[in-house]
Design a protein around this ligand. Structure first.
Ligand code: PAF
Length: 251
């Protein structure tokens, strides 16, 4: 039977009795097939699979974005069961932040670019909560999607910088049949915007330069935060109405 554990103390007590390797999939819920791919990888490579669901307020620079983040617990539980997850860590804010976020992990260089430049404090929130989750879960391996490539790189960097005992496993972006990267935020798109959204992937894979891609998206009704090429990858963030979408591809 799947275990649902709500406090760090409860989780750690359960964790003590687990044998073999532990694979960990940290999420904010609203699970989709991109998350399922992470769970499948974790299931294949480990004896025990742990999923966490925690909508982490410290990584939302915009409180409105936090308030409207989709909460789909009943569906998420079914998805976890279907993917043979052993335990879900599903904590509440005061248990995760007994310090009221007085302590944080920050990175001073790469986290200031791309999404970091547009979402002040976002990566401090991500790194801090991931550090907390790793300390509670004690995983052998943790699985992150390449859709959030900057997040994945920063987490790898943190693990190296702090000599943490966890292997970070990157998993390729899962896409809809029209190319749109799977994301919990896709649920928030209007019908019209959902039809427009695949242009992001199409444009970043076909445009000759980042500038050209930004121009194509702006002309077609997107509010572009950035299209930037770094180290052989093209990164994009663009808004359709109130929904902000990100993607990246190797170029
Ligand atoms: O990618 C996410 O869902 C979140 O940023 C993460 C890694 C679970 C931290 O809250």
């Amino acid at each position: 039977m799947i275990q649902v554990l709500r406090t760090p103390a409860e989780f750690k007590a359960w964790r003590k009795n687990q044998k073999g390797s532990v694979g960990f999939v940290p999420t904010m819920g609203a699970l989709h097939s991109g998350h399922e791919e992470l769970m499948k990888n974790a299931r294949r490579e480990n004896d025990v699979v742990v999923l966490s669901i925690f909508v982490n307020p410290t990584q939302f620079n915009d409180p409105k974005d936090f308030e409207k983040y989709p909460l789909t617990w009943d569906q998420d539980l079914k998805t976890a069961v279907n993917n043979k997850v052993d335990a879900i860590f599903y904590p509440r804010y005061p248990d995760m932040y007994p310090d009221e976020y007085r302590y944080k992990v920050s990175e001073n260089s790469y986290s200031k670019l791309l999404d970091g430049a547009h979402r002040p404090g976002h990566f401090d929130g991500v790194l801090s909560v991931v550090m907390k989750l790793f300390n509670i879960v004690s995983p052998d391996k943790a699985y992150f999607g390449e859709k959030d490539f900057q997040q994945l790189s920063l987490i790898k960097g943190m693990v190296d910088a702090f000599f943490m005992h966890v292997q970070i496993v990157p998993v390729a972006t899962v896409r809809e049949s029209d190319g749109l990267a799977k994301s919990s935020r896709n649920l928030l798109l209007t019908k019209e915007h959902r039809e427009m959204a695949p242009l992001i992937y199409k444009t970043i894979t076909t445009a000759k330069s980042a500038e050209e891609a930004a121009k194509v998206l702006s002309t077609n009704g997107f509010e572009v935060d950035y299209v930037t090429d770094i180290d052989g990858r093209r990164f994009v963030a663009a808004r359709l109405g109130a929904v902000r979408l990100i993607d990246n591809v190797q170029i």
